[in-house]
Design a protein around this ligand. Structure first.
Ligand code: 4HQ
Length: 225
């Protein structure tokens, strides 16, 4: 899978993507991360990427021309995605959908964001990683790349199995334990030491359901609809 990123800070990448599962995917060429510096798509002496907002107000807005030019120069044909708090919330079902493309093109804003015509007339989707305000779209892009790339065939080794996991059955994960059987006075639940596989399975299902009900009732509401 090829993932292109348009950013004012290409040096932030691969950053945390260079380690672990994603790092191996990149090294093996299963993931092809291509960075584009927004400033390279300007043509004026000052290489200006931003301008003051029409109507006044604080901060600067990214100009449309360099962003349109960069996207029009791309070779891929998968979706063009803008990372923005105004977008649809990223969840595992959206991640699965995105993992089905051969390529993605991610646009990272800075300052107050991008000229609205980028959102209305250039991009295919707007995606948010959560309801908080960051300084730029680069960390959201890395979050999206991490989540998508672990589903790309071959990127995932034995560290995780994308089948039996949180959100793949729309519930939180059951609790996991490893040795020692007693740590600082806290024992591993008896059933897990029993070797009784049917009982263990039943216990894990009920733990997953109960912690979802307590911690994330919104996930259960979504299931009922
Ligand atoms: N941004 N999910 C980029 C975010 C954000 C988010 C704020 C996007 C700053 C310029 N992006 N602008 N949350 O906080 O995607």
């Amino acid at each position: 899978m090829m993932i292109e990123v348009l950013t004012l800070f290409p040096e932030l990448f691969p950053g945390p993507l260079s380690g672990g599962v994603t790092g191996r995917g990149l090294a093996a060429g299963l993931l092809d991360l291509r960075l584009h510096n927004l400033r390279d798509y300007t043509h004026d002496r000052h290489r200006q990427v931003d301008d003051i907002p029409y109507g006044g107000g604080a901060g600067m807005v990214l100009k449309p021309e360099p962003i349109f030019e960069a996207v029009r120069a791309r070779t891929g044909n998968g979706p063009v995605i803008l990372l923005t708090p105004q977008g649809e919330l990223l969840n595992q079902s959206l991640v699965r959908n995105l993992a089905g493309y051969d390529d993605l093109y991610l646009i990272c804003g800075r300052y107050e964001g991008v000229d609205e015509r980028v959102a209305t007339d250039l991009v295919d989707r707007q995606i948010s990683i959560g309801d908080y305000v960051l300084t730029g779209g680069e960390l959201p892009a890395m979050v999206l790349i991490d989540a998508v790339s672990r589903l790309v065939a071959g990127v995932l080794g034995s560290e995780a199995s994308p089948k039996d996991e949180s959100f793949d059955h729309d519930l939180l994960e059951y609790p996991h334990y490893t040795r020692p059987a007693v740590f600082e006075g806290h024992a591993v639940p008896e059933v897990l030491l029993s070797g009784h596989h049917a009982e263990i399975e039943r216990w894990r299902r009920s733990q997953a359901a109960e912690r979802t009900r307590r911690r994330r009732p919104d996930l259960l509401d979504r299931l009922q609809r």
